[in-house]
Design a protein around this ligand. Structure first.
Ligand code: AHR
Length: 332
């Protein structure tokens, strides 16, 4: 742990009290800390979450907050509500508080160098979680923990190669996530690379639904109005898929039958629809990375080096599986 632990802890305690007082007045406060008892040996982790756009994100936040309590890590949590400038501001506040470690899930890939240079100058290690950044200076971050989005895109494509065997042409529409975010870029390229060798597949239109259910519905309504034939929907997350399914049903079509649906995340609602036959394939992307983040934060606070990349172990759920009824409940 770094210098001035007692002063820092005292400051964090005052901050916690202020936050408690503020949240009593403001029911939707977006700043929080753990309630774990503080002591001078506790690791202080500043975590900037990018928002709460999906069930996945809410599950991710819960995983991090619960894991911090279990691990005895004092967590300073801020929610940027989908705004990069709020994430940058949060990181600057963590630097000012002299936290031991900063972790954040970057909403988009570009534009982080300046604030991360400030963290580096302050001697605070920065771990990126879930999404990645685009930088020419790899020393600005100490590591990454999360999913392999490119592999997820390839898995989505691989399911279609099997599902559409025997069909002469396959018309695909894509609803992607937040523009310039890692999952939007990497899932899209993995999917295209997997299908590249098979000329039957054409992506006729790709639109962004920003990972939001409401926008997933709007996007699908537009796609249905512009394309007379849609064989497949590849949707980059379950929240948008749930919205798209509403639009498909309102158009009098049967999701999973008239339009094959491939989605990413694996939240409970999507697994339930897979069992009902309204979704054909769910590529898992787990938000449950809180324990890994806490273990890494402790190692970093102790001055250890960590691996550059740590990936979650993930699978695919599809209509071809025979174990769907025995799956344990999802935690998101
Ligand atoms: O970065 C992970 C993605 O972000 C998840 O797939 C999506 O649901 C979330 O909003």
């Amino acid at each position: 742990m770094r210098a001035l632990p007692a002063a820092k802890r005292a400051f964090a305690t005052v901050l916690t009290l202020c936050v408690c007082l503020l949240s009593a007045c403001a029911p939707q406060s977006d700043v929080a800390t753990t309630t774990a008892a503080e002591d001078d040996t506790q690791v202080l982790l500043g975590f900037s979450q990018l928002g709460s756009e999906s069930a996945w994100r809410i599950g991710n936040t819960k995983s991090i907050q619960d894991a911090a309590k279990r691990a005895g890590v004092q967590l300073m949590y801020e929610n940027a509500e989908q705004k990069q400038e709020k994430q940058i501001k949060a990181i600057r506040s963590f630097i000012a508080y002299q936290v031991d470690v900063i972790a954040f899930s970057p909403i988009v890939e570009d534009g982080w160098d300046n604030v991360l240079e400030e963290a580096k100058q302050a001697g605070i290690p920065v771990l990126i979680t879930d999404r990645r950044i685009n930088t020419t200076d790899e020393s600005l971050i100490v590591g990454f923990v999360g999913s392999d989005f490119y592999a997820e895109g390839r898995r989505a494509g691989r399911f279609l190669l099997e599902k559409m065997a025997g069909q002469e042409t396959v018309t695909i529409v894509e609803i992607s996530g937040t523009v310039d975010s890692t999952p939007m870029r990497a899932r899209g390229s993995g999917f295209r690379d997997e299908l590249a060798g098979d000329a039957r597949f054409t992506i006729v239109e790709s639109v962004s639904g920003d990972f939001l259910r409401s926008k997933g519905k709007e996007c699908m309504e537009g796609l249905l109005s512009r394309h007379a034939v849609i064989d497949v929907l590849f949707s980059h997350n379950d929240s948008m898929t749930l919205g798209a399914i509403e639009a498909i049903e309102e158009a009098g079509l049967a999701p999973g039958k008239d339009i094959v649906i491939v989605t990413v995340d694996g939240e409970q609602a999507a697994i339930d629809l897979l069992k009902e036959g309204k979704i054909n394939c769910v590529v898992e992307c787990t938000p449950l990375i809180g324990d890994m983040i806490m273990a890494l934060a402790k190692r970093l606070a102790a001055g250890e080096t960590i691996p550059r990349n740590i990936y979650s172990d993930e699978r695919v759920f599809s209509e071809f599986d025979t174990d769907l009824d025995s799956l344990p409940p999802r935690e998101y």
